[in-house]
Design a protein around this ligand. Structure first.
Ligand SMILES: C[S@@+](CC[C@H](N)C(=O)[O-])C[C@H]1O[C@@H](n2cnc3c(N)ncnc32)[C@H](O)[C@@H]1O
Length: 266
């Protein structure tokens, strides 16, 4: 990270609003409450309610995990990409939440509906296309180089998996990837069950490989091995998962790659 970015992270950490990442003052009852909950309802949730997105504590209750994982980026200059802009009558509420919570970030929304283009504005860009098309996703990545990706598009099994498979390898070190509405993984025989494997089952296989240090019993390909090599950790809550990307592939994966290179050279 550039020196300037680090300085602004430092500034963010010292900002009063970020009570959830500041050292709590134990003499203050409010902070004791924060300690008890650990994933507090904070500024991000206020904005989610103000802009009327279903990510707020009044609906899906996603903002607590988002704020927990994203608060350190609050004053950074970076790009956040959200797949799925929302129904036109609601005027892209989540993109406006991200814009207001991250005053220095570029926000990019992707939607299949052309009308979503209407919601472009100050620090908000919209790209129209199909989030289940790896070529389109790659082009969007190349254009904006996001640091954070949120998948809130169709919630179809295949789309959620394609999004992760395509974008996680492209994200920079420290990149963060979220998938919302994972409950659709449990809706078999629905319009969402459009693939042989649901997204939760897929994520569980990846988790097993990470927890077993590349000894996952069900990792089925080199591509999946490469994918898990870059996963640092997972945060899971109801219907939502967030994962952090490692700065470098896990050492075991690096050894495997060296072995592969040697055998290719021989
Ligand atoms: C749940 S809404 C997004 C809500 C918004 N992110 C929010 O929190 O306010 C889902 C959006 O995904 C879009 N969508 C559905 N299938 C898609 C696809 N294959 N590619 C891109 N967008 C898609 C829909 O048009 C809809 O606007």
């Amino acid at each position: 990270m550039a020196k300037q970015s680090l300085q602004s992270t430092d500034k963010a950490l010292k900002t009063k609003e970020n009570t959830n990442i500041d050292s709590p003052d134990l003499s203050n009852n409010k902070n004791l409450e924060i300690l008890k909950t650990r994933f507090p309802v904070g500024k991000l949730d206020d904005l989610a309610k103000e802009h009327n997105t279903d990510k707020s504590s009044e609906h899906h209750d996603y903002t607590r995990l988002y704020e927990f994982m994203l608060a350190p980026l609050r004053y950074e200059t970076f790009t956040l990409l959200e797949l799925g802009v929302g129904i036109p009558s609601k005027e892209a509420p989540s993109l406006r939440v991200w814009r207001d919570y991250f005053p220095n970030a570029q926000i990019v929304g992707v939607d299949i509906r052309k009308i979503s283009k209407n919601f472009e504005g100050d620090r908000i860009a919209i790209e129209i296309g199909d989030a289940s098309d790896p070529k389109f996703l790659t082009a969007v990545y190349e254009k904006y180089k996001p640091h954070v990706v949120i998948d809130d598009a169709s919630h179809f099994w295949s789309h959620q998996i394609i999004g992760l498979r395509t974008l996680l390898p492209l994200l920079p070190p420290g990149g963060i990837y979220f998938i919302e509405d994972l409950q659709t993984s449990f809706w078999e025989n629905s319009e969402y069950s459009d693939a042989p494997e649901d997204c939760v089952s897929f994520m569980l296989r990846l988790m097993e490989d990470v927890m077993g240090n590349h000894k996952g019993r069900n990792i089925s390909s080199e591509e999946e091995f490469n994918l898990t090599s870059y996963i640092d950790n997972f945060f899971v809550t109801r219907k939502l998962i967030g994962l952090n990307k490692r700065s470098t592939p896990h050492p075991r994966a690096q050894r495997a790659a060296r072995k592969l290179n040697k055998s290719n050279e021989a």
